[in-house]
Each structure stands twice: as structure tokens, then as C-alpha cells.
Design a protein around this ligand. Sequence first.
Ligand SMILES: NC(=O)c1ccc[n+]([C@@H]2O[C@H](COP(=O)([O-])OP(=O)(O)OC[C@H]3O[C@@H](n4cnc5c(N)ncnc54)[C@H](OP(=O)(O)O)[C@@H]3O)[C@@H](O)[C@H]2O)c1
Length: 444
Amino acid sequence: MSSLWPGRKGPGVRYITAEPSLEWQQKKRRSLVILGSTGSIGRSALDIVRANPDAFRISGLACARSVNRLAEQAAIYRPDYLAVLDTEAADALKKLLPAGCTPEILVGQEGYRTLASLPEADTVLSSQAGTAGLAGTLAAALAGKVICLANKESLVQAGDLLRHVCGKTGASILPVDSEHFALFDCLSGREDDATALILTASGGPFRGRSAAELEDVTPAQALKHPNWNMGAKITIDSATLMNKALELIEACQLYGLSPDRVQVLVHPQSIVHSLVLFKDAGMLAQLAMPDMRLPIGNCLLWPRVEKSHIAPLSLARIGSLTFSEVDNAVFPAIDLARKAMQVRSGMSIVLNAADEAAVQLFLDGRCSFPDITRSVAAAMEHHLMGIRAGGRSEQTPFCLSESMLALEGTALAEACWQMLGTMDALQEETAAFVRSFVQDGTAC
Ligand SMILES: NC(=O)c1ccc[n+]([C@@H]2O[C@H](COP(=O)([O-])OP(=O)(O)OC[C@H]3O[C@@H](n4cnc5c(N)ncnc54)[C@H](OP(=O)(O)O)[C@@H]3O)[C@@H](O)[C@H]2O)c1
């Protein structure tokens, strides 16, 4: 059994939550909710469910507006609940469901929160895209669920809050992100000896290019990831290396480490999913073909490990694995993440929100590729100026106050949702800043 979980004292990592209960671990059949079931992660998770039909019952599935795909999934898995973004999507969904398939259809943020906290569900896969995923993760944490967490933005925005809430409710987090699952695997049992975590990055489709060569790249070029098949937002983030920046913050939050103990190494083959450096100068790495079904399956089935259909690695055929430093001058995202972690005071929220807004502008053809990280840097500077001037941002309660630490039950939940409302306001303010920054021509 892993000793990664909290309770042990030592210089090593301080994992974010306690271990899932023995009752959950021994459950023959887990009752699963998938938030974001129509996305890349959600569909891979349903592959795992299909391959292990006795291990899961699907209680709920959710998407934003891909109702055709959601209706197909509902027809196969027969969940009791579905959730969609708005009433228009709900009306369209009702017409698509086959005869005899009559799940309750929930709508909007309230619907996602209800789904994430269903009493009959014990496991929630949080795999909605971007900032929107936090509410579902938080609802699952407040309800004491085992959370298989793909939505890295949840930890980027509210890692401290989730650590606290899970501590109060007994919820657990298992890391679905491939790098963080690799670290989880390598750390187990040796966490007290770990001195550094090393995240690998493919470098994306523009690895090796100069800053000038990035000015004219198109969304179509940026959407062609060399190794992974993922949703649009994370694919663009992989091209700017902002995905690795978010993952650096995610790793610090998951493993309770300061950013100086998390390094990034470019590894174009995406075979080594991450490494841990130990105090004896030895390293452990997890190697596998780049296929998200490995970490998703291991989290959903944890601590069981089942035979998978992923092609075994043939190192002889691959021949060579290469590694190099990140070119931070051309790809400044990781430096921005380190800066955000130093400042705290909502800076990670600003980094994440600015990136999300800028990626959308890039995909819409309204700004250039380098404008994405330029906009993030400008939004962070703007936020810092607000803090220095003693403006609104400094007073916004993103840090857990003494009074909040003492709360339990409904009072804790109310305080959490209030904090989320404050985060939403900062996100909207940041997105508006990015849009005007790009539109004013300052960035373009
Ligand atoms: N893909 C990967 O390999 C990978 C690896 C590691 C971590 N992750 C993380 O996993 C999460 C999902 O990534 P993905 O690649 O699976 O994304 P994706 O393919 O774009 O799918 C996103 C899912 O979220 C739903 N969604 C989108 N906007 C929403 C909103 N505003 N409210 C509620 N639901 C919404 C989508 O529904 P519709 O289909 O209706 O739009 C879809 O079901 C992200 O946080 C990503 O960083 C992904």
C-alpha cells in the first residue's frame, strides 16, 4: 500500500488528500459520474468502462452542448442523470433520447453541481474543459467523493481550497493528468526521499522555432499536436507550453511542493511521462505509449491494475529518447507560472483566465499565437499593479481565512461557493482585460 498519503512526517511530499477509504477501494462496482463525458478524456474513460463492464455503473454523464454524442452515450450506459449547459441543449437532448431511456436532465452550473454530488455516486471523473470544471470538482469535494481529476484548472485556481475541503469531508483526489499520474506512481513508497519532480513536455508542434517564426502560425498548425489527441484548449496550451505551466502549478498543489522543486524537461517522444529525482541521485520514471487510457484506467480502478489494450512499448523500435531544456525566451509560459506562484493573491487565477480568453481569441483568428502569452503576462502585470495600489484584488479573499478554516458542513459549502463567485468575478475582469489588450492593438 502506498505511503504517499498524508500523516507521515518527513521532508518529502505532502500529498493533497487522504487515501480513498477502504470501503471504496474494495467496492466491486463503483458508481461513476463523468463530468465532460463527450470530450477527449470523457470518451477515453468510457472506453475503460466498456472494457471493465462489471467494475462500474454509470450514474451520470454531462457535457456542454454536444447533445448528439451525449444521447448516444446515454443510450448505451443508461445513466439516471444527464447534465447540459443550458435549456436549449436540454430540449434538444430530450428529442434525441431513444424510447425507454428517460434520465433526469439537469441544467447549467447548478445541474453540474447536483450531478457531482449525487448521493448514489461514489466516484466523479472531473474532465470538463477549462475554468468551468472547478465548480464540479468543488461540489464533488464537498460531497466527500473520490475525484479522478483531469481538470488541472481546478487545482490551478483553487488548490488550497480543495486541499482544505477534502481534508474536512474525506474526499480524495487521484491524478488523471498523465504526468501527475506518472509522478504518483514513481513517488509511492519513496516520497520522503524525493528531492525534485521532473515534468516532461513534448515541446508541441513549434519546438525549436524562433520567436519571429511563431508570429504567423495559424490555429490549424497549432492544433496539430505531434503525439497526443486532445481537446482544442489543451492542444493550443501544449503549443505555447502553457499546458506545462498549468501542470507545474498542478504538481505543486498535488504534492505540496514549492515551485523550485518542480522542473520541466522537453522530451519530444512523449514516452517518459515524468520523473522523480531522489536524494541518492537516482531517478524513477514512468514510460508508456502516449495514451490517456493508462492514467484514466488506473485512477478509475485504483488500486487495482487491469490488463489494458494499450500497445506495449517497444523501446528498440523507438530507438532513442531525447531530452533538452525549455527555451524560456521563446516560450515564456513556464516562467509566468513560477511568477504566479510567488505572488499568489489570485495570480494563478489571473494566469489561467487570461490564457483561456487569449486561446479563444487566437482560435477565433483575432490575435496572433505569441499574443497568447503576451496577454497573460500583461494581465498578470495589471493584476500586480492592482495589488500594489491596494485595489480590489488585494482585498479579494482567495486565501483561506482563519474563520473559514473553522467552518464545517453547510457553512463551509456556503463559504466555498462565495469564494468561487469572487473568483468568477476576477476571471471575468481578466478576460475583459485580455480582450481590450488585444483589440487596442497593444498586443497585435
Ligand atoms: N485530453 C487530454 O489528453 C488531457 C490530458 C490531461 C488533462 N486533460 C484535462 O482534462 C480536461 C478536459 O480536456 P479534454 O481534452 O477532454 O477537453 P475536450 O475534449 O474539449 O472536452 C471537454 C468536455 O467538457 C465539456 N465542456 C466544455 N465547456 C464546458 C462548460 N463551459 N461547462 C461544462 N462542460 C463543458 C465538453 O462538452 P461539449 O462536448 O458539449 O463541448 C466536453 O464534454 C481539461 O481540463 C484538460 O486540461 C486533458
